[in-house]
Design a protein around this ligand. Sequence first.
Ligand code: UDX
Length: 436
Amino acid sequence: MRLSVIGCGYLGAVHAAAMASIGHEVVGIDVDTHKIDALSRGEAPFFEPGLQQILTEGITSGRLRFSTDTADAAGATVHFIGVGTPQQAGGYGADLTYVDAAVSALLPHLRSGDIVAGKSTVPVGTAARLAELVAPTGATLVWNPEFLREGWAVQDTIDPDRLVAGVPAGERGEHAAGILREVYHPAVAKGTPFIVTDYATAELVKVAANAFLATKISFINAMAEIAEVTGADVTQLADAIGHDARIGRRFLGAGIGFGGGCLPKDIRAFAARAEELGRGESVNFLREVDAINLRRRERAVQLVVDGLGGTVYGKRIAVLGAAFKPHSDDVRDSPALDAAVRLHGLGADVVVTDPQAIENARRFHPQLTYIAERDEALRDAHAVLVVTEWDEYRRELDASHVSSLTSGRVVVDGRNCLDAVAWRAAGWTYYGMGRP
Ligand code: UDX
């Protein structure tokens, strides 16, 4: 099938390459010339396992191409909208400028019978509004939210755990859902749940899923706060409640909390939209979820301060991790970098290392020192702060080896990912998050 993908950021670039990899003919479109030039040369614009390979294969096969001209979308059967919906500059709501611009630019190129499939995360009500804009062209708007996780984006796109299509009522909607089934044929063939619903439900599924995940993380981090004043161990608590199948252990990782380009902005936009709808109280708890999450960043910094006897001024601190999570070079709203910046602000000599995210981190926070090589970053440090659980900072990090590099023996485990017993045995003062 011929497809266009408008917006070639995280979502769009992966979607375009993944759709080509399952046999479609795809054009990816973005207004950013640098991005399109890089993608056209087959260069992945960010670190995402597996993306480079499907990008190269798609371009070599001739099924995948990129353009800055929306007119090149003409002739495609399905046009995916995958542009960003960042937090508004002056508020908590989502900024829909890019979604509106993408749909407006597409309108002159739509044919009757085309499908416009929105994938961006939008406030509920957006699809109904956009459907009115699309209607005069004879094309049909569907809302097809994306649930990909960074670090697993290729796999999540090709083999998602569910597909959701918000469609208009009647035959028109059924036809559109049928076309989407064809688009996602490998997943549909293997029996992946395919939920056909209305616009509002489809939009809400996405924000509800992210709100639930954020709540789960903040719930366990709230328990960490209680553990901290009672001497309990939140990791054992999470293991124990996680055995209850109704609760489940995943996303009960207490630590420095969630960040990234989705969860923080999505829960804020959801709360803002609920307020507009006169139902602010229904999701008021999301403000608490946000507040708990942000408190954990302060807590990690405080543990470093406490560990160094009350001040970090003039002390060298090795911060292991800059990305908001492992297997990603994304530093958007990264708790890791936030902690590093706060320590720098307290007068510490902060050295940040990360296997993938240094370039992005430097762009946002040039005031910090970055050293790519882990052991060099650890050299002469008075304290070590682990904030992104890359394998090289957990499993592959041997406490005795680190002792041979650093001048101090204070480690703060911001992700509860180290073996506390082994570190203490090697002579370290170990601080976890919500652990004695
Ligand atoms: C999230 C959703 O998972 C995904 O479905 C949606 O499409 C986009 O937003 P992503 O931002 O890639 O995906 O990251 P995710 O794996 O959800 O992690 C988010 C943050 O939560 C990270 O900073 C991670 O370190 C943190 N986290 C995750 C915890 O602090 N504890 C946990 O137990 C799990």
